[in-house]
Design a protein around this ligand. Structure first.
Ligand code: TRP
Length: 362
């Protein structure tokens, strides 16, 4: 049997998140751990983590800690899965984390062949403004480009001594040199806020990034004299693709929603999505929808409806057959138009205020 692996550079389908948790020895996310959990936490889209108690204690005891994530500008748009990561980062920012976002331009260069110049343009024109438009506070966030952060680059050489090829193979499958470069750089990113001061930190990411966090923790345990605190992690599930696949994929543009995207094209995608509606209206009224299979409901649940009671009402009406798939689709379309319009307005505002964004000075 093939080894169970989640490859950060490939796309892997995960059907059973319990299995992922067991295989990787992750903690199940407990919604009571953090104060005022966000929508993704309440709905189990955030499903697992590592060392979450360390961070929950830091929040409760008002101790210094950091939250850090990275953007690889491999495309000139983002999708809803990225939005989830931003929302989690914002959660920690709102709970007093020192917040860091790095642009993984070296990773984009070595794993995708995207030039540094191209990465910088994309990040400055779109990714950074988009992250801010989604709610991050620019004044409270520190940004850097990997290629400009000499401490990160130098440390990645240092950390590379502590990794074996066999270990790399076990974690990632294919040990291509470019991937090794990207991974050692990412270890340095994850630990960067601790170069100055040893404080706990959390890395909110999609589950595809778990290998990197694991590798970082392994390296930390082998460099005891550095006294790094092993990074904690918070993992989100993949945003499912509208055709019912487990993950939105950039190779299937017709079934993923991008940011930003033209409203007509989004609504068209929603109308073509896989639903849990029955074959005929009569059958639907009698049996109700199969909610678990319904990608539009999933979209409402993950991203478009904030209020739990409202979501429950829709769930109940749809499950009992009172609401039809068409009605669910129209609702999602309405909600997404509101969301996109707000996002676009915010994006324009932020673009005009980019001078306020703080980059690490080197
Ligand atoms: N590898 C991440 C991606 O593919 C980007 C990244 C680089 C990152 N360094 C990081 C993410 C540190 C989290 C933490 O998008």
């Amino acid at each position: 049997m093939a080894k169970f692996m989640v490859d950060p550079w490939g796309s892997v389908l995960i059907k059973d998140y319990k299995e992922v948790m067991q295989k990787f020895n992750l903690e199940e996310f407990n919604v009571n751990l953090f104060p005022k959990p966000n929508r993704l936490m309440r709905r189990n889209i955030v499903f697992a983590g590592t060392d979450l108690k360390v961070i929950s204690d830091a929040i409760k005891n008002k101790k210094k800690y950091y939250a850090l994530t990275g953007i690889m500008p491999s495309h000139d748009k983002i999708h809803f899965g990225t939005k989830a990561v931003v929302e989690n980062l914002k959660y920690f920012q709102d709970n007093n984390a020192l917040t860091y976002i790095l642009i993984a331009d070296l990773e984009a260069l070595c794993t995708r062949g995207i030039s540094l110049k191209e990465s910088h343009e994309r990040a400055l024109n779109f990714h950074i403004p988009a992250y801010i438009a989604l709610g991050l506070d620019a004044k409270k966030t520190v940004f850097y480009f990997q290629s400009q952060n000499k401490q990160v680059i130098n440390s990645s050489y240092d950390f590379s001594r502590k990794i074996t090829l066999n270990e790399f193979r076990a974690l990632y499958g294919n040990p291509e040199p470019s991937r090794i470069m990207a991974a050692t750089t990412q270890i340095a990113d994850i630990l960067y806020p601790q170069f100055k001061e040893k404080i706990p930190g959390i890395i909110p990411v999609g589950i595809d990034q778990r290998n990197h966090v694991q590798l970082t923790r392994d390296v930390v345990s082998r460099m005891k004299n550095y006294n790094f605190i092993p990074p904690a992690a918070l993992y989100t599930k993949f945003t499912p693709s509208l055709d019912g696949d487990v993950k939105m994929s950039k190779s299937k543009p017709e079934s993923m929603i991008e940011l930003p995207e033209d409203i007509n094209s989004v609504c068209k995608k929603i109308r073509n999505a896989v639903t849990g509606g029955r074959k005929t209206l009569a059958e639907h009224r009698k049996l109700g929808a199969v909610i678990e299979k319904d990608m539009v409901f999933e979209l409402l649940k993950q991203h478009l409806i904030e209020d739990d009671k409202e979501l429950q009402r829709i769930h109940d009406n749809y499950k009992s057959g009172k609401m039809t798939s068409n009605e669910i689709k129209e609702l999602a379309c309405e909600k997404i138009i509101v969301f996109m319009n707000k996002f676009n307005t915010n994006l324009d505002k932020v673009r005009n205020n980019m001078h306020k964004v703080k980059f690490v000075e080197f």
